[in-house]
Design a protein around this ligand. Structure first.
Ligand SMILES: [Zn+2]
Length: 384
């Protein structure tokens, strides 16, 4: 139901030469509004479920089988919340205060924080003793160094940061941050496709959120490298430098070395380009993983032995990718779950629990750690 303001006549380029391409207003559709509402409802439903499981004590009654031997947490940004900003990715960010509270909470529940590399040994050890927790942070954001590291060090808690080497070297840009930055600063997003100028409204919070999702859908439906190049060009047209955004948000080589020098830190691999590995050729898959390892090794002087799949859900990591990661001691997905001895058979497909910015309450994390929600919610539904 897009309202077309100009007509496009294919094969008639001659007549248009010299005149600007027609503008097309990409008005929001019923589908956009329905999805926007669904996101809100989903958040409310998950919140209600987590709250109910906590209040009724259901999670505390979860069996040892569900609880497993331990959990791996996924974090992204750790930084103070900026109240005025447009947060398309608020689910990827928690505050240093919440990280502090979370560490105290898991310790109080007798979960022992361990380095990620020790997970296989802990899974293989005879039953008994305390459960374990391993903290991981994806992408290599600067706030991991500035805000997360002091919290982990203060508590003596090991953590692993998965660095995308192309972000560190600034050869690649972080498209979701570029997009968020553009949409945050403009009221109107113009997208020149060569023969048309598409217009997306970014006037107000709801319009910004809906436009963000629309562009994300488009990014996921076309070649990712090409889409990022296109987005970076559109960014410039709206006063945003994608490279400046990476510079601001992601650690450079010197900072990665500084982080790696912490006795609590391990640096893992997260590919070179952060491309969705399921959507590229076998050659690119192997190359992108290997280049990511080699570049981190060149920066740190040692090869990473643990790996996280970019994006990490079943839509971006499957059987072929799990096989490609066999050179690592272990690899983690973002599929939700707790860990048990059975996971020794799939050390390159380990589940993690996402510490989601929308659910920053230790009571809710405790429910997730019980494993119960993953039994009750539909298989492969994600808590985001
Ligand atoms: Zn990532």
């Amino acid at each position: 139901m897009n309202r077309v303001l100009g007509s496009v006549e294919p094969g008639n380029d001659e007549g248009r030469r010299g005149s600007p391409p027609p503008a097309i207003d990409m008005a929001f559709t019923v589908h956009d509004f329905a999805r926007h509402a669904a996101y809100g409802l989903r958040y409310a439903a998950i919140t209600a479920m987590l709250g109910a499981m906590h209040l009724t004590g259901a999670a505390r009654l979860a069996t040892d089988r569900l609880r497993g031997r331990g959990v791996i947490f996924t974090l992204h940004h750790v930084r103070p919340f900026a109240h005025d900003a447009f947060h398309a990715s608020a689910h990827l960010e928690i505050t240093p205060e919440f990280l502090d509270a979370l560490i105290r909470h898991v310790r109080a529940r007798d979960y022992e924080p361990i380095p990620l590399a020790e997970v296989p040994a802990r899974l293989a050890a005879p039953d008994g003793g305390s459960r374990f927790v391993a903290f991981t942070l994806d992408d290599g954001y600067r706030d991991n160094l500035v805000h997360a590291r002091p919290v982990f060090e203060r508590h003596g808690v090991p953590f692993t940061v998965f660095a995308t080497s192309g972000f560190v070297t600034r050869e690649r840009t972080v498209w979701w941050l570029t997009l968020e930055r553009i949409i945050a600063r403009v009221r109107d997003l113009w997208w020149d496709t060569g023969d048309r100028r598409l217009h997306f409204s970014c006037a107000g919070r709801h319009a910004k959120a809906m436009t963000f999702r629309r562009v994300v859908d488009w990014m996921n439906s076309v070649d990712e490298d090409w889409a990022i190049t296109t987005l970076d060009r559109v960014a410039v047209e709206h006063g945003v430098s994608a490279t400046a955004v990476v510079d601001e948000e992601v650690m450079n080589a010197a900072e990665l070395r500084e982080l790696a020098a912490s006795p609590m830190a391990t640096i893992g691999a997260h590919t070179w380009s952060h491309v969705n590995l399921r959507r590229v050729s076998q050659d690119r898959l192997v190359e992108d993983i290997e280049r990511g390892v080699a570049e981190v090794a060149a920066i740190l002087g040692r090869r990473p032995t643990v790996f996280a799949y970019p994006y990490g859900s079943h839509a971006s990591a499957g059987v072929r990718e799990f096989a490609a990661a066999r050179g690592f001691d272990l690899a983690v997905t973002t599929e939700p779950g707790t860990l048990s001895a059975a996971d020794l058979d799939r050390l390159t497909a380990l589940p993690r629990i996402s510490v989601n910015g929308h659910y920053q309450r230790t009571a809710w994390i405790e429910v997730l750690m019980s494993g119960l929600p993953f039994e009750l919610i539909p298989h492969r539904a994600e808590l985001d």
